[in-house]
Design a protein around this ligand. Structure first.
Ligand code: GLU
Length: 435
């Protein structure tokens, strides 16, 4: 929780977003009251035997925020700074996100306070398995379903699913999504977060009639979301002029090749401006820049794809992109959001822009439960249809009420959660029952 009582916690800030959007959702006050409180939270100590024989204890979190629409769903992140406030906020955002694209899920999130880069693979495996063991029956295919997030991937999800199934003594792959395909994962889950954002950008392109070849893009973050969106847009003719990772970024006015950069980063762990042909990679002229400088570049589309609170009150007025696609969760603070909205910047909010990941997680869960697996084309087509439908519904509501896409996406989501909560009875229903 926030240390200084005068500084609002992240969750309090998120609740202000909820209150601002609530008036356009036309739901009972009890719904908004319920959405102010996480349903249940679990904090565990995770003992791990390290490779050198020593014992270390890590702190693990899981928050099931709201389950009015179904079992709770959301990723698990491995990050030094993970804390209860952050995990609760992310679980709240998952609640909004799952509802915004009409998934039969509530929202959850988990995390372990650890610097994963300082652990060996075997230590990471023991940590991941112990997290599942410590969470016990808090998770489950009909209760709460973890998935990848910051610094977790398909291998980690495979360990988690395997551990759960060992403990239960049954085959239950639907307990975790984002698994390797060979362990029951879905085709197309790997680039789903980016692909969802890409499909929405393609709709925007149609509406605005813009030309990819004339569109300059900067991407902050070169993890799963950042790399894949850079690749998808580059392959579609967009100019990717800057990318970055946690160490810093590279800028090249005439464009970068994300696939070559990714290949070299996989081999050397370093982000370098390169172009590869066959097995030969050549360095390209470029400027180095910081993550802060990347955000302020003169580009058309800015894609924050790293972590929370990157665009704040202090840099919002220097952002020059006319469109921001939030592939990260919560990259824009509430104060920055207001500044950018006033300036007419179009923001595709995180709860829509990055909903592709959890959407294909839903497809994976469905496939696991039915035992019938889809082709990659089926996954892509269903993802495209779902995201574009809800993008247009959110856009229409925004136009009707003259509000931002974020407020509209929240209202769209709250409306549906509201119907589910109201269907179980409100004050009026129970009061009339007593007469
Ligand atoms: N961690 C991703 C997110 O923030 C995916 C969650 C999931 O697939 O459940 O949306």
């Amino acid at each position: 929780m926030s240390v200084d009582p005068r500084t609002p916690s992240q969750l309090q800030e998120a609740h202000r977003q909820l209150e601002e959007a609530a008036r356009y959702a036309e739901v009972h006050d009890e719904v908004i009251e319920k959405l102010h409180h996480p349903k249940e939270s679990k904090i565990v100590s995770i003992p791990v035997r390290m490779d050198d024989g020593s014992l270390r204890i890590f702190r693990g979190y899981r928050v099931r925020y709201n389950d009015a629409l179904g079992p709770t769903k959301g990723g698990v992140r491995y990050d030094r700074d993970v804390n209860a406030d952050e995990v609760s906020t992310l679980a709240f955002w998952m609640t909004i996100k799952c509802s915004a694209v009409h998934l039969p899920f509530g929202g959850a999130k988990g995390g372990i306070a650890v610097d994963p880069k300082r652990l060996s693979r075997t230590e990471l495996e023991r940590l991941s398995r112990s997290y599942v063991a410590a969470m016990g029956s808090f998770i489950g295919p009909d209760r709460d379903i973890p998935a990848p997030d910051l610094y977790t991937n398909a291998t980690v999800m495979g360990w988690m699913a395997d551990e759960y199934q060992k403990i239960r003594g049954e085959n239950t792959p639907a307990v975790v999504t984002g698994k390797p395909v060979a362990a029951g994962g879905s085709l197309g889950r790997d680039d789903a977060t980016a692909r969802g954002g890409y499909y929405i950008l393609k709709e925007l392109e149609k509406i605005r009639g813009c030309d990819p070849a004339e569109t300059k893009v900067a991407v902050q973050g070169f993890g799963n979301a950042g790399y894949h969106i850079a690749r998808l847009l580059h392959d579609d003719g967009y100019q990717i002029v800057a990318v970055s990772d946690s160490q810093g970024g590279i800028h090249r006015a005439s464009g970068l090749d994300p696939t070559s950069i990714h290949r070299v980063k996989e081999e050397t762990r370093e982000l370098r401006a390169v172009y590869c042909e066959g097995s030969v990679c050549r360095a390209q002229d470029h400027d180095d820049l910081t993550n802060e400088e990347l955000l302020e570049l003169d580009v058309d589309v800015l894609i924050p794809a790293a972590r929370e609170n990157q665009i704040t009150e202090s840099n919002a007025s220097r952002i020059r992109a006319s469109t921001i696609v939030e592939l990260a969760n919560g990259p824009t603070t509430r104060a920055a959001d207001a500044i950018l909205n006033d300036r007419g910047t179009l923001i595709i909010p995180d709860v829509l822009a990055n909903a592709g990941g959890v959407t294909v997680s839903y497809f994976e869960w469905t496939q696991n439960r039915s035992g019938y697996y889809w082709t990659l084309d089926e996954v892509h087509e269903r993802l495209r249809a779902r995201l574009t439908t809800h993008f247009h519904e959110v856009r229409n509501r925004a136009e009707r009420h003259d509000i931002s896409l974020r407020q509209s996406a929240y209202a769209h989501a709250i409306r549906r959660i509201g119907e589910a909560i109201e269907s179980r009875g409100t004050r009026e229903y129970f009061a009339s029952g007593l007469e």
